[in-house]
Structure formats: structure tokens, C-alpha cells
Design a protein around this ligand. Structure first.
Ligand code: GLN
Ligand code: ZN
Length: 768
């Protein structure tokens, strides 16, 4: 049997972010709907062709999305809440965007559906809403349209769907703590998938891939039977027609693998990168049914380093000794890696040869499959094989002895801040003189076109450093004056100097590399360009001290310094694979610690260390949480700030509110204040904060910055009152739920004015 190749999914924004540009142009009114449709279909065709040219056997379709594949799935299942239907858009795209980003206009005023991180990635999906009124039925032709579109381009594809189990596990009922997945719902959802399979059989598709990443999570009682009930009708519908590939990723599925082998799937996709150990053991133990193709996810879809062929081939050979029906695949969708290393020549060939982005990963699949079919001698003499081997021979970079020495000399005391927090809160209250319910922002102010264009000019050498610095200073002057005028209590300098909260820091650290165009979708049309950790990390020079102290010199109010924390820097970079995450984080923590101490020396009294992404890499399985992550990630954060004076107030910020389950660990970061997202999510976290006797002061975001909508004063007052029902007013801060850099100027200032006004109203209600 030749080794088949399969791709789980391909990035959709395009090599030059064409889709992003088109859609944002449409939102601004510069492009027509037909133009974005054309851009979308051109991209799909190009991506299919690219894979076909590399001889990929199972090429995905329906992996495209204008906004998010979970949202598409909700629409496909007709799970669209009434408030969006009532907007009565003629065009489906407009309806979709309204759900993804909210809508405020002549048709009505609705907030967006909440967004959450997709498992351990920095991709955000729209959380579907299901309630009693939801009438599940097949309500979209998207999967078929894209399949037929590919066929008309001469390419046979494997349609990809998010599976019913993952969909239901991630959906929520806005009125209940948990969605009640009853018989009726199970039958309805599974009937839709069955219909889809029948239709694909009729269309002559050979494979359909159903993604069930939720299988990599711990199972609760009832999960396994939920899964089997959902799939019985689906598998029955597929029988004799289209083949069903059940695809899992982001971890191992050892706890359900045996069951999967008994259910009659034509293919089972396994993640042999992140889930390697558990999954391989399960396969060895339970084998593979004769009629099932094992789709081995060997090419990492989450990092950008070259695949180690020798390593992959060893697994392929072992799997082939268990079953002849083996395919190799990406370990998850390539959505989470950039498009191509082409055009990154500035990095030099010696560096670039170590990287594989989406396009190169497709080539890797092709090469591995060809090498796998060679005999021993053929493999020995294969040029591709020896080129690949040379990437992993010897050491790619040499260690920095100073960094190693500093890490070796750390003691447990370096991970503890003194005095205890309650004492610090007392002295800080005196020192800072803030009102009850202090108002602040999360750091960035709108990165307008003007700001980006000045930065581009500097990069291209069209303006000199001095002109650019003066420009930034003027921006700071304005933003400080304006924050003062609307009455915010703790000001920020606005982060105008930063392209990105991670890249900017990376640029001032030793050990990082940067790409020109390696963008990855984060949510909707937003993309990020993570830097690459190439070697040992240390601080090259002071990073933010100059801007923070300039801002402080312009006002008598307190200016909050603004840093990115070590865990987030690592999580939003491409980490090394030759050194553990723990060690890389520690190196980063020492670098940021230097910056914290310099800021304090420069007279900055409040310092925020953002850990926007701390939860992102929390292992999917609870049993791994502490051992594999929190036990080093939380101390690394403490290492950053443990050296400051008691009066210096340390803030942190997180871009989500799902930390009920790690609330003690968050408290153990020992920050003085934490702000987090809560406006778009639910309020459960407030209960958890209350119940856990959480010590850190909290700023639950009072409005959603991911939407252009301006929250009214009344709405904000209500929101603050809700917060105060759960949390002692002495411990509450009032702030938006994240940085404002993606927002427009006008909406930002109107929203903040309303926020400050709302805080004033509530303060006076409290008699303060
Ligand atoms: N300080 C950053 C900002 O305001 C935080 C961004 C984030 O949490 N993603 O932009
Ligand atoms: Zn945030």
C-alpha cells in the first residue's frame, strides 16, 4: 500500500492576507460583496492547487471561512439566535459578520457572540448559542458549494466539518450554566450530519473528514455515550458511500481510542506530535481494524520548525507493522502556521532551512511519503533524507554562558515577593491615593493608520529615528492629555511605539528572529506575526523605560508601565524545540525582570505585566496542568516582579475569564491587581473569585473592545453593579476588557467617557 497523504486544513487568509484586506475593505465600505466573494474563491482555488501540485491525496475543502469555522458550523446547523435573525440581512455574509463582531446601525443594536480560544491555540472561535428556541436543521450549502467549486477546478477534495461532539461540547446555553444536551438535541444534530454524509455520497465524494478535537479533553461521565449516540446515525449514513475520517488533534485520545476502533470509522486521524505518547501506546495496545486507515498526524501544525524525517519514518514504519492502511497528515490544521517561508530571505538560507510554514509542510508530507516507500538502501542514499538529517545533527546554536549562570544561581527566594499582599495593598493605597473603583485602561490606544504609516516610514528609512521619536512623543502628549480630560485615574502611555505586544519585546531581546510576512489568523480578520525564539534569551537594552517615563513626566497622575510577561511572550512566539518551554520561560522572566526594576528606578509606581496568553497553553488534560505547566509558569511570573518595593503596584492582565478552575494559581502569581475579559463571556468567574477568597484586586472588563459598538452609560452602570454584587468594592477596578489598539479613535473615547461616567455614578451611589 502506498502511503497516502492528507492535510487537515490549510490557512485561509492567503499568502498576503488577501482575505483580511478584502473583508476589512468591505467593512469600511471600500469593497463590494462581490469583490470579497471573488477574493475568497481565488484563494480557495490557489490553496487547493498548491496541495494538488504536491500530490496530496486528501485535500481539504470547507476549511475556508470568512470569519470562523465554528460560526460557520453554527450557521450550518441553524443555531443562530433570534436577535441576529431579526436584523434581516439580505446577504448571508452580513448576517455572519453581525454575529462575529456585533452590529450597531439602522437595523438594530446587538453585541457579538462570545469568543474563546480554540483549545491550546491563539485562534479564537465564536461560541455558539443554543437554547429552547433553536431549531436544528441543515441550513447551509457551504460544504457542498466548496466541494463542487473545487471539483469544477478539477480537484477532488475531502470536505472538512467540525464534528457534532466538539460542537455541542463547546456550545453554550446563555441562560444556563451548562448546555443541556438532551436526546432531542442529539438526534437533531446527528441527523444533520447524517444528511450531509448522504449528500456527499451522492455527489461522489470519497472522504469526509470530521474533526473532533474535543476528544483530546478529559472525558466526563456520559461523554463517551454522547459520542457514540451522535455517531451511530452518522456512520450508518456513510456506510457504503463516502468514507468517514474521524480526525482528532491537539493531544492524545488514549482514553477513547479502543472505542473508536470498534465504531467502524473508515479513517481515524491521530495527533502524533502533541499526543504522541498516549496515542502510540493505545495503537500498540488495541491495534487498528482491518478496514480502517490510520491517519498519522506527524507534521506539526503548531510550530514552524522542520520535521525530523528520521523520527517520523520510525513511527510510520512501526504503524505499518501494525496495519497496511496508513496515511500521513498534518497533526492538526495548518491554520495555525504562516503561509510560506518564501520571501523571508532576509533571515538567510542557513536560518530559513530550519523552518517549514504551511506550504513547506505540504512539501514535507510529500517527501516523507516518498522516502517512506524506499527500501533501507534507498533511504540511505536519498538526498532529501540526508539534507533533512543534517538539520538535526549537532547543535544549531551555542548556549549563552551568562544566561546559564544566572539561571543556575537562582534560589527559591527569588520567586517570592515580600511583604505579603495584604500588607502591600495597605501601603499602596496610601502611596497611590486612588479613589474607590479606580478607572484605567489595559494599555494600548488605537493604532491608527497614521501610527502604522510612521512606523513603516521609519522602517523604510523615509524618516529618521529622531522624527519618529518626536512623533511618538506627540502621540503620548495627546493621549495623556485626553485621558486626564475625561478623568481616568491611572493613565497609560498608549503603546504607540509597539507593532505588537510580543514582537516589540522580542526586538529588544537577544535570541529572537522576526519574519516579514509570517502571519497567522487569531480571530476574524485579525492576524498575528509571532517572532521566533532562535537561541538563548536575555535583555539587549532597556525596552519601555524611555516611553513610560516620558509619559509620567507629562502628568501628575499615575502612569502605569506596560510590559508583556514571559509566559505570554513564549506562548505567542514560535518556541524552540531543542530546549524546554520551562527553560525558555525562565530566560524570558529574567529579561523582563530587568525591565521591571529599571521602570521602578525611573519612578514608575504601577507596572502592568500582561499575561494575556497564560491560560492558552494550559494542557488540555487536567492531570497535566500542574506538572507540565503551572508549576513552572506561575513561579516564572513571580520571578519577574519579586524584586520591587512594597509600594510598587504590580498589575497583570489576561484576555479571557475562564480561570475559575485555576483561580488559586492566578492568585499565586502574587500580582496586586488583575484585569481580565468578562464582558463577552459569562459572569461565573465573579462567583469563583468570591468563593475562592481571591486576594488579588480585580478589574473585570466592563465592555467588549473586540466590537466597534459603544456601550451606553446605563449599560455600564448595570454592569458595574453586577460586579459589586459579587466583589467587595475596595477590590474592584473599572476598565475595558482588553487593549484598545484595534479600535477607532471616536468609538474609543466615547466608550471611555461613558465608562468613567458610569464609575462616577456608582461611586456616588456608594456615597464615595
Ligand atoms: N497591554 C496590551 C494592550 O493594551 C494588552 C493586550 C492584550 O491583552 N492582548 O494592547
Ligand atoms: Zn487582553
Amino acid at each position: 500500500m502506498p502511503l497516502l497523504t492528507s492535510v487537515s486544513g490549510f490557512p485561509r487568509v492567503g499568502r498576503d492576507r488577501e482575505l483580511k484586506k478584502a473583508i476589512e475593505g468591505y467593512w469600511r465600505g471600500d469593497r463590494s460583496l462581490d469583490e470579497i466573494r471573488k477574493t475568497a474563491s481565488d484563494l480557495r482555488r490557489r490553496h487547493w492547487k498548491l496541495q494538488a501540485d504536491q500530490g496530496i491525496d486528501l485535500i481539504p475543502s470547507n476549511d475556508f471561512s470568512y470569519y470562523d469555522q465554528m460560526l460557520d458550523t453554527a450557521i450550518m446547523l441553524n443555531a443562530v439566535p433570534q436577535r441576529y435573525r431579526s436584523l434581516s440581512f439580505e446577504n448571508p455574509e452580513d448576517a455572519l459578520f453581525a454575529i462575529g463582531r456585533g452590529y450597531q446601525g439602522e437595523r438594530g443594536d446587538v453585541t457579538a457572540l462570545p469568543m474563546k480560544k480554540w483549545f491550546t491555540t491563539n485562534y479564537h472561535y465564536i461560541v455558539p448559542e443554543i437554547d429552547e428556541a433553536t431549531d436544528i436543521r441543515l441550513a447551509s450549502t457551504k460544504p457542498f458549494d466548496e466541494f463542487l467549486e473545487a471539483r469544477s477546478a478539477g480537484i477532488d477534495t475531502k470536505p472538512v466539518l467540525i464534528g457534532p461532539y466538539t460542537f455541542l461540547k463547546l456550545a453554550r446555553d446563555p441562560r444556563a450554566e451548562e448546555l443541556d444536551i438532551d436526546r432531542g438535541l442529539i438526534n437533531a444534530v446527528s441527523a444533520v450530519y447524517a444528511t450531509i454524509l448522504t449528500q456527499f455520497s451522492e455527489l461522489g465524494a470519497s472522504w469526509v473528514q470530521i474533526d473532533e478535537p474535543y476528544l483530546s479533553m478529559d472525558k466526563e461521565p456520559g461523554d463517551e455515550s454522547l459520542f457514540t449516540s451522535l455517531y451511530a446515525p452518522i456512520l450508518a449514513a456513510g456506510r457504503g458511500g463516502v468514507k468517514v475520517l474521524l480526525n482528532t488533534y491537539f493531544g492524545h485520545v488514549a482514553d477513547i481510542y479502543e472505542r473508536l476502533t470498534l465504531m467502524g470509522f473508515d479513517g481515524i486521524g491521530l495527533d502524533l506530535v502533541e499526543g504522541r505518547r498516549g496515542t502510540l501506546e493505545a495503537v500498540r495496545r488495541y491495534g487498528v481494524p482491518e478496514s480502517t486507515t490510520l491517519v498519522a498526524g506527524l507534521v506539526n501544525g503548531r510550530n514552524i520548525w522542520r520535521n525530523n524525517y528520521a523520527d517520523s519514518l520510525e513511527i510510520v514504519d512501526e504503524l505499518r507493522s501494525i496495519t497496511p492502511n496508513v496515511a500521513i497528515s498534518t497533526a492538526c490544521s495548518l491554520l495555525h502556521v504562516p503561509y510560506t517561508t518564501e520571501g523571508e530571505d532576509a533571515l538567510g538560507q542557513d536560518v530559513l532551512k530550519h523552518f517549514a510554514f504551511a506550504q513547506e509542510k505540504i512539501e514535507e508530507l510529500n517527501e516523507i511519503s516518498r522516502i517512506a516507500d524506499l527500501d533501507k538502501a534507498g533511504r540511505e542514499t536519498s538526498r532529501e533524507m540526508s539534507a533533512n538529517r543534517s538539520l538535526f545533527d549537532g547543535s544549531r546554536v551555542s548556549a549563552d554562558p551568562d544566561v546559564a549562570k544566572r539561571i543556575d544561581s537562582l534560589t527559591p527566594e527569588d520567586l517570592v515577593r515580600h511583604p505579603a499582599r495584604a500588607e502591600r495593598q495597605r501601603v499602596q493605597r496610601e502611596e497611590l491615593g486612588l479613589p474607590l473603583l479606580p478607572t484605567t485602561t489595559i494599555g494600548s490606544f488605537p493604532q491608527t493608520r497614521e501610527v502604522r504609516s510612521e512606523r513603516a516610514k521609519l522602517r523604510k528609512g523615509e524618516i529618521d529615528q529622531k522624527t519618529y521619536d518626536t512623533f511618538i512623543q506627540n502621540k503620548i502628549d495627546d493621549v495623556i492629555a485626553r485621558q486626564e480630560s475625561i478623568g481616568l485615574d491611572v493613565l497609560v502611555h498608549g503603546e504607540f511605539e509597539r507593532n505588537d505586544m510580543v514582537e516589540y519585546f522580542g526586538q529588544n531581546l537577544n535570541g529572537f528572529l522576526f519574519t516579514r510576512n509570517a502571519w497567522v489568523q487569531s480571530y476574524g480578520t485579525r492576524c498575528v506575526k509571532p517572532p521566533i525564539v532562535w537561541s538563548d534569551v536575555s535583555r539587549a537594552r532597556p525596552i519601555t523605560v524611555r516611553w513610560s517615563s516620558y509619559a509620567q513626566s507629562r502628568t501628575s497622575k499615575i502612569v502605569k508601565g506596560m510590559l508583556t510577561g514571559p509566559v505570554t511572550i513564549l506562548n505567542w512566539s514560535w518556541p524552540r524545540e531543542d530546549v524546554s518551554h520551562e527553560v525558555q520561560t525562565r530566560q524570558l522572566a529574567l529579561a523582563i525582570r530587568d525591565e521591571v526594576l529599571d521602570l521602578e528606578k525611573a519612578g514608575i509606581r504601577v507596572i502592568q505585566i500582561d499575561e494575556a496568553a497564560l491560560r492558552e497553553k494550559l494542557p488540555l488534560r487536567r492531570s497535566d496542568w500542574h506538572r507540565e505547566y503551572l508549576d513552572w509558569a506561575i513561579p516564572a511570573f513571580r520571578l519577574v516582579h519579586s524584586g520591587v518595593r512594597p509600594t510598587t503596584q504590580i498589575h497583570t492582565h489576561m484576555c479571557y475569564s475562564e480561570f475559575n478552575d485555576i483561580i488559586r494559581d492566578i492568585d499565586d502569581m502574587d500580582a496586586d491587581v488583575i484585569s481580565f475579559e468578562a464582558s463577552r463571556g459569562d459572569l461565573v468567574v465573579l462567583d469563583a473569585i468570591h468563593d475562592a477568597h481571591f486576594e488579588t484586586e480585580v478589574g473585570p472588563g466592563v465592555y467588549d473592545i473586540h466590537s466597534p459598538r459603544i456601550p451606553g452609560v446605563d449599560e455600564l452602570v448595570t454592569r458595574i453593579r453586577e460586579i459589586l454584587e459579587k466583589i467587595d468594592a475596595e477590590k474592584v477596578w473599572i476598565n475595558p476588557d482588553c487593549g484598545l489598539k484595534t479600535r477607532g479613535e471616536d468609538e474609543t473615547w466615547s466608550s471611555l467617557e461613558n465608562m468613567v461616567e458610569a464609575a462616577r455614578i456608582v461611586r456616588s451611589e456608594l456615597g464615595r
